[in-house]
Every structure is written in structure tokens, then in C-alpha cells.
Design a protein around this ligand. Structure first.
Ligand SMILES: [Ca+2]
Length: 105
């Protein structure tokens, strides 16, 4: 694995490299560009080739819905989705509440 810093080349003797990233130190979501220059055994350098890699949040969030166990007839009550959470570097931006009708036990 290699920790990449902008414009600091990482040289290897192998054709692949693992880009170091973890939940604690992620690459930010978005489009990231990498380049490769190869050097032959005579010291000749190629022109660079580049690739863009899109880093995206691909993890589904988890919904956690809470409500009162009992509510009085004719009185309002609150449904609370605040304990819902997301992983993968995103944040929840919409809470979609739906009434599903009388519950069957
Ligand atoms: Ca997510």
C-alpha cells in the first residue's frame, strides 16, 4: 500500500500499487486523478497517462425510527428518525416517513 500526496510520485518495481485509504483517512468523495510515467531499463521515460477515479459513498444508510408506545386519541405525537445513521462518508439528507395503515399483530 502507498499513501499518496498530491504531486509526490510513488515509485515501485511492480506494475500495481494499492492506494492507501481507510474509514479514518479516506480520499474525499469526488473525482481524483492519478498519472503514471514508466521508465525502461535504459532510463527512457514515457509521457504520462492518467486515469480519473470517482470516490463515492456506496454504503446504504440505516434507518432507525422511534415513536411513542402509546399516544392519546386525538393528540399529536412525534416520530423520530434522529438515530438513523450513514456509513461510507455520507450524511443523511432526507427522512421519508410513511404511514403504512393499521398494524396487524
Ligand atoms: Ca452512505
Amino acid at each position: 500500500m502507498a499513501k499518496f500526496t498530491v504531486n509526490v510520485p510513488v515509485e515501485t518495481a511492480a506494475p500495481t500499487v494499492v492506494v492507501d485509504a481507510s474509514p479514518d483517512a479516506p480520499l474525499a468523495a469526488g473525482r481524483h486523478r492519478f498519472s503514471l510515467v514508466v521508465v525502461d531499463d535504459s532510463g527512457n521515460e514515457s509521457t504520462p497517462d492518467t486515469v480519473d477515479v470517482i470516490v463515492a459513498d456506496r454504503d446504504r444508510p440505516t434507518a432507525v425510527l422511534q415513536g411513542p408506545a402509546i399516544a392519546a386519541v386525538g393528540k399529536e405525537f412525534t416520530l423520530n428518525g434522529a438515530r438513523s445513521f450513514d456509513t461510507g462518508g455520507g450524511t443523511i439528507k432526507t427522512w421519508r416517513f410513511t404511514y403504512l395503515g393499521p398494524a396487524i399483530r
